[in-house]
Structure formats: structure tokens, C-alpha cells
Design a protein around this ligand. Sequence first.
Ligand code: SF4
Ligand code: SF4
Length: 375
Amino acid sequence: MNFDLNAVSSPDKSPATTPERAWTFGEIVKQPDIAARFKRVREYFFLRESTYDMTSRCNVRCDGCYYYEGDKQNAQDNVDPEAWRALFRAERERGITFVVLAGAEPALVPELLQVCYDEIPLGAIASNGLVKIPASVGYRIHISVWGTDATSERIRRAKRMLERQIEAYAGDPRAVWVYTFTHGNIAEARPVAAELARNGCKVTFNMFSSTVGYTGPLTHTPASLAETRRTMRDLLREYPDTVLFSPYSAASHTDANSLHDLFSCPYPRQNQGEFGLGRSFRQYRSDLTWVRSASCCVPDTDCADCRHYAAGSAIVTARMNRHITSPDQFRAWLDYVDTYLAVWVPGYAKGVNLCNVDVAPALAMAASSTPGDAR
Ligand code: SF4
Ligand code: SF4
């Protein structure tokens, strides 16, 4: 997550459609619905994110897990709470205001989570949801779900996964389930959403994004991307009180082009320049070291296949300027931002989606560079 509004410039793309006329930002933000939503989301422009692998241990082992690819899994875990406290104090000093705690499985190190929360109280934890994190850790908790329990047992090798997650977290305002669409589980999203709705839980959507070199059956194809988009939109319509998402989120994450190809990723891995997110973002390993050339929210993911929800939370939000082409394009961007604030920031409640017409992400990237687009 990052409102890095002055990100790197990007390659030109052909527009899918062209706006009916040239709009100025002043004209766009005079629309009453846009003015109100922009006022609300701009209160969060102070967010500056980094991510932290809390441990290299996990209590399950999933096919396609990005953590157990590359070097980071070999880091020697630092389990000293005072070392983590010192790191988080230093992070606060250098301007980090939002933390994402991941790993492998952060719930296995609750004492370290508490130390982090005591130092920087805004953030989210990525968990498989099988071990409950103490209530005193007030971060958003993202609980991963990859299909029905039968599929989870096959791919993640854990029994009754959704059932156990719901037992642990139903009624907990920190919890939001994250349904990862793979090539093979699209139809399963419907019974999972129904089960979550029955239990009063919230869900958002993620896309399986291959790690470098992965060629297994979870990888999306053009047909599965299109089918996923339809399913996301149907579920958004059918379960409006359960699903935290927007039509533009669906369009951006199921486009034939990856997020990087669409929007040009500003994370240090793709942006070695010392500006914007390339300057502030770090991805710490569980030994408290970080490597600029490997830093992004999903290291070892293949950028050409990256449609990950965490990646989009920085990549798309950073592109505000490119969405100032028409009121609907800007509404679509506001819906995207509103969605990710609701998913990532404790206490932020999702508003109604403002844009109800189809908006192509490619149109945003066809907009000519604006003066604020490169630092
Ligand atoms: S639960 Fe998460 S960290 Fe653990 S193996 Fe599965 S994907 Fe990897
Ligand atoms: S994997 Fe995604 S978030 Fe990471 S550098 Fe590549 S495009 Fe950016």
C-alpha cells in the first residue's frame, strides 16, 4: 500500500476508448460524488508502507507459495523481540506509517507481532488463519482462501481449512478473507462467498500470480482471466455486504496484461531509482535484512504475470494522475482506492462504488504524462 502519487513514468499504451472531451482535474473534482470521496481518501495519502517476513516457518505447505521460492526462505529467523522493536522504531523514524507483516506464517510468532503493533499501529497481517492472532494485535488480518475445503486439502494439504478459519475469526472486525482465484478454482468462489456471507464475514479477491519459473496448473489463461472477471462482478453484485471489491478492481486484476505491463510497477524491484516508492519501500526478511533489488510486496513473483492484490494496492493507487481523463475514469480509480483502504486499513468502511460503467485500465495508461507523474 502506498499513495506514491509521483511514481515513475510509464510506457505509452493504446487507448481502448477515448474520453469524449478533455477534462481538467478541477472540473472532475467539482462533481459532488467525486468531491466527497476524494476528500475522504486523501486523508490517507500519508500512508507509507514496508513489508516484513516475520518468520520462515509455516504450519502448512501450499503449491505455488511465493514464500518458499528464492533466497528469502533461507534467512535465519531473528526471534529477539527487542531487535524487532529497534527495527520498527527505526522504520517509524524513516517515515514508515503502514506495515504488512507476512512470512511464511506470522501467527506462529505472536510476541513479535505485538512488539510491531506497539511501535507502528497501522497495518495488516497476511495469515492462513489456522492459528488465531491475539486480539491485542489490532492490525487488519488477511486470511487466505484458495477454494473449497476439498481443494485446500489437495493444494494446501490442510483439512477443513475454511471451516477452521471461520471458527477462529467469524465476528472479528480485523478479519477479511482473501479469495485467490487460480486457473482451477473459479467456480468454487461462489460456495465460499456464500459460506462467508452466512457467517457475517468479509471477503476480497486476489489473483494467483506465478512465481518466476512456475509452470503449474494454477497459472491463468486468457479464458480463465475472463471467467474470473465475470465471477468477481457477479459476486460483488450478489453479496454487496460481504464482498469488498469494485468493478475497476476486477478490470485491473484480470486484464490480459499484468499490473506491471499495464501500469509500470513502482516497487524497487522494478524501479531501482531512488525516488517515490523506490526510495521508501523495503521488504525485510525474517533475519531483518533487506535487498533493494528484491524488494516488492511479493518477491519472486514473475512481474509478467503479476496481478496480486497486494501489488495492485501500490501500483494502481500510485497512478492517480493517469486516471484524470474523465469523471468515470477518476471514479473508477476512487473505487479502487476505497476498496483497498477498506481491505487494508483497520476501521475504514467501504463506500458504495461510484463508477458503474466499464472503464479500461489501458485508457488510464494512454493518458499523456502529466507534470506530477515523474519526480
Ligand atoms: S500458508 Fe502462506 S506461507 Fe504458508 S505455505 Fe501456504 S502460501 Fe506459503
Ligand atoms: S512482482 Fe509485482 S509488485 Fe513485485 S516488482 Fe513485479 S510487478 Fe512489482
